[in-house]
Design a protein around this ligand. Structure first.
Ligand code: NAD
Ligand code: IPM
Ligand code: MN
Length: 365
């Protein structure tokens, strides 16, 4: 019997609500395929701050490192927003990504046919969009030094950060992206700000140099301001996008809206070795937390990515993904993806409907 240990990090806000659904889905789908999943729930973010005084307890990181994969809900909330940098929930998440060395963050944005009407874009623009944002996750301005607060030569107070990329960091994320593009539509668009930023000029030079090894992939370069416009103008032009940490953060939230809601987008964060980290791209949504309104699809789809990319359990991943489609076919929607003629349900009920679809396994057409 195949057996895996999964670290669960529910986190804050809607995190526990969506992780609870994804856990049940994993358990059921796993058991139907003869897989044993052993869950270890640990603290991260605000929940960890309240209980232990730090946003990433040592125990959480060491258990996560020893497990086969990590499933995360979301972290953050008003309560901790004024905390000092090292005592912010977000710092715990960044420490976790760094600690696990998961430099490659895959954020697929796919418009399900059932949700075209939930998109804020016109049908003909949104329909058929299927793109992948490959976001560099452990470098760039999020981690660059020097950073901090201080005083400038005029005696004015300042806050500052550094956008910095080393050759090996660009090369490894570019390789991941080229390989993904090769398996997808064969097109890679590297997004940067090479008309202004040295870090981007360097990024573009390294990506271009690697292109020789991937002559079967059609490489293009685009400035990030144009890319954010093109994503809304004609998103179908994109297949695979590779970009730095901060541009990837922003562009993936933008791309999510093409699909109908940020509550639909999963992600996988992978390194060269060790467990992957799987999380929805959205945050803790404090505005709807505790109201059973959260859309759990992004986390359920992250669980499918966990099975596919983290454990190599493709069949179980397929089963969960078909169950998501089946649940959409049956018309069940949370408020964020509701449109006329569909059935409005809460997070819990949607979870139960997904479980029914996992169980019956009507393969989606
Ligand atoms: P957010 O993604 O939490 O919410 C943005 C908007 O989208 C809100 O209106 C929210 O209600 C809605 N939304 C998000 N997820 C949803 C879902 N599954 N179903 C339905 N609606 C959903 O972003 P924010 O408001 O900018 O940030 C809130 C907190 O979350 C902050 O503390 C932020 O730092 C944190 N955050 C954490 C993560 C993470 O854990 N990976 C990601 C982004 C933001
Ligand atoms: C995300 C979030 C995080 C990020 C924050 C909460 C640190 O926005 O996962 O997209 O910026 O990476
Ligand atoms: Mn984000």
């Amino acid at each position: 019997k195949r057996s895996y240990s999964i670290t669960l990090l529910p986190g804050d806000g809607i995190g526990p609500e969506v992780v609870s659904v994804a856990k049940d889905v994993l358990l059921l789908a796993g058991s139907l395929h003869g897989i044993k999943l052993d869950f270890q729930e640990k603290l991260l973010g605000g929940a960890a701050l309240d209980a232990t005084g730090v946003p990433l307890p040592d125990d959480t990181l060491s258990v996560a490192k020893q497990s086969d994969a990590v499933l995360l809900g979301a972290i953050g909330g008003y309560k901790w927003d004024k905390n000092e940098k090292h005592l912010k929930p977000e710092t715990g998440l960044l420490q976790l990504r760094e600690g696990l060395q998961v430099f490659a963050n895959l954020r697929p944005a796919k418009v399900f046919p059932q949700l075209v009407d939930a998109s804020t874009l016109k049908r003909e623009v949104a329909e058929g969009v299927d793109l992948m944002v490959v976001r560099e996750l452990t470098g760039g301005i999020y981690f660059g030094k020097p950073r901090g607060f201080g005083t400038n030569e005029h005696g004015d107070e300042i806050g500052f950060n550094t956008e910095i990329y080393a050759a090996h960091e660009v090369d490894r994320i570019a390789r991941v992206a080229f390989n993904i593009a090769r398996k997808r539509g064969g097109k890679l668009c590297s997004v940067d700000k090479a008309n202004v930023l040295e870090a981007s000029m360097f990024w573009r030079k390294r990506v271009l140099a690697l292109a020789e090894e991937y002559s079967d992939v059609e490489l293009s370069h685009m400035y990030v301001d144009n890319a954010s416009m093109q994503l809304i103008r004609y998103p179908k032009q994109f297949d695979t996008i590779v970009t730095n940490n901060i541009f990837g953060d922003i562009l993936s939230d933008e791309a999510s809206m093409i699909t109908g809601s940020i509550g639909m987008l999963p992600s996988a964060s992978l390194g060269d070795s060790g467990p992957g980290l799987f999380e929805p791209i959205h945050g803790s949504a404090p505005d709807i937390a505790g109201q059973d309104k959260a859309n759990p699809f992004a986390t359920v789809l992250s669980a499918a990515m966990l099975l596919r990319y983290g454990l190599g359990e493709e069949k179980v991943a397929d089963r969960i993904e078909s169950a998501v489609l089946e649940t959409l076919n049956k018309g069940f929607r949370t408020a964020d993806i509701y449109s006329a003629g569909t059935k409005l349900v809460g997070c819990k009920q949607l979870g139960e409907e997904i479980l029914k679809s996992v169980e019956s396994h009507v393969p989606a057409a």
